[in-house]
Design a protein around this ligand. Structure first.
Ligand code: C2E
Ligand code: MG
Ligand code: MG
Ligand code: MG
Length: 281
C-alpha cells in the first residue's frame, strides 16, 4: 500500500490499523472457505515415554495450506478463527478428523493401534460450543473408547467462567478422556484450580524447556512444576525437547513424557501411521 508523504501521524496510524483489519478479514474469508472446502488437515507429533523412549501418543496439530501454496502457521490462523467464531467449525472438524484418523489406524493395524491422540481445545471454543457432546459423538461415530483421546486445554480457558469450564472438564472425564493443561506455567497465576479440576497431565511449556540446561531460573521452574505435579498425582509432558541432553535430564528429574523435534516434527498422517506400524513390527 502506498502512503502519500506528509500524512499526519494519526492518519498514518489509521491507515495501518485499516491495513491490519483488511489483512485479518482477508485471512478470515480464506480460512472460512478452506474449512468449508475441507482443505484443513491435521499433522501428528509423537509423544514418548521419557523413561523408555516408547511412543505413547500423538498430538494433533492443525495445518492450512493456502490456495497459493503457503503454509499458514496455527499461531496466525487460530487467533483469527477465535476472533471470527470460525473456531467452532474448525474445532469440531479437528475432533472429528482426529477420531476418524485413530479409527483408520486401528483398522489398518487390526486392533487398538496403541497410541492416544491429543486434540487442542481453544478457550473460545469451550465458551461457544458444547464440546463434551461433540467429543462423545465423534468417539461413538467410530466406536472408539474415550480413553483414546487426550484433550489439551490452556489456563486461559479458566479465566472467564471457571465453574462452567469445570463442568465441561468433568463431562469430558466422564467420557473416559485424559485432560492435559497445555503451556502450563505461562498463563493463570492462581493455582487453586489445580486441586479442584480433574487434570491428569501438566504440559510444561516449551519456553521453560528450551535453554533450561544453561539457565538456573528455567530449571528451577521446571523442577517446581514437576514436584507440584507429583504431589498432586499428575503426570507431566515436556514440550520442545530438541536434544538428547534435555531428554535425559528431564527423564532424570522424573518428567513422564516428552515431545519435540528430537523425536519428530509434526508428521503428515501417513508418516505418523508408518511410525506406529514400525513400532508394532
Ligand atoms: P501447542 O499446543 O503448545 O503445540 C506445540 C507447538 O510446539 C506446535 O506448534 C509444535 O509444532 C511445536 N513444537 C513441538 N516440538 C517442538 C520443538 O522441539 N521445538 C520447537 N521450536 N517447536 C516445537 P504448531 O503446530 O505451530 O502449533 C502452535 C499452536 O497452535 C499450538 O501450540 C496450539 O496452541 C495451536 N494449535 C495447533 N493446532 C490446533 C488445533 O487444532 N486447535 C487449536 N485450538 N489450537 C491449535
Ligand atoms: Mg497442545
Ligand atoms: Mg503446548
Ligand atoms: Mg505452546
Amino acid at each position: 500500500v502506498k502512503r502519500s508523504k506528509g500524512t499526519g501521524k494519526t492518519e498514518a496510524y489509521q491507515t495501518q490499523a485499516f491495513d491490519i483489519a483488511r489483512e485479518q478479514f482477508g485471512m478470515e474469508t480464506a480460512l472460512r472457505r478452506a474449512i468449508e472446502r475441507g482443505q484443513m488437515r491435521l499433522t501428528y507429533q509423537p509423544i514418548v515415554d521419557l523413561a523408555t523412549g516408547q511412543l505413547v501418543a500423538f498430538e494433533s496439530l492443525a495445518r492450512w495450506r493456502g490456495e497459493d501454496g503457503t503454509e499458514h502457521s496455527p499461531n496466525d490462523f487460530i487467533p483469527v478463527a477465535e476472533e471470527s467464531g470460525l473456531i467452532v467449525p474448525l474445532g469440531r472438524w479437528a475432533i472429528q478428523e482426529a477420531a476418524a484418523t485413530l479409527a483408520e489406524w486401528d483398522a489398518r493395524l487390526g486392533g487398538d493401534c496403541g497410541a492416544k491422540l491429543a486434540v487442542n481445545l481453544s478457550a473460545i471454543q469451550l465458551q461457544r460450543d458444547a464440546i463434551a457432546p461433540v467429543v462423545q459423538s465423534a468417539l461413538a461415530a467410530h466406536g472408539l473408547d474415550g480413553s483414546r483421546f487426550t484433550l489439551e486445554l490452556t489456563e486461559s480457558a479458566l479465566v472467564t467462567d471457571p465453574d462452567r469450564i469445570a463442568g465441561i472438564m468433568h463431562a469430558l472425564k466422564d467420557l473416559g478422556t485424559t485432560i492435559a493443561m497445555d503451556d502450563f506455567g505461562t498463563g493463570y497465576s492462581n493455582l487453586a484450580y489445580l486441586q479442584k479440576l480433574p487434570i491428569d497431565v501438566l504440559k510444561i511449556d516449551r519456553s521453560f524447556v528450551t535453554g533450561m540446561l544453561s539457565d538456573r531460573d528455567k530449571i528451577a521452574i521446571v523442577r517446581a512444576i514437576l514436584s507440584l505435579a507429583q504431589a498432586l498425582g499428575m503426570q507431566t509432558t515436556a514440550e520442545g525437547i530438541e536434544t538428547n541432553e534435555l531428554a535425559q535430564t528431564l527423564a532424570a528429574l522424573g518428567c513422564t513424557y516428552g515431545q519435540g523435534y528430537l523425536y519428530a516434527r509434526p508428521l503428515e498422517a501417513d508418516a505418523a501411521y508408518a511410525m506406529l506400524a514400525e513400532r508394532l513390527n
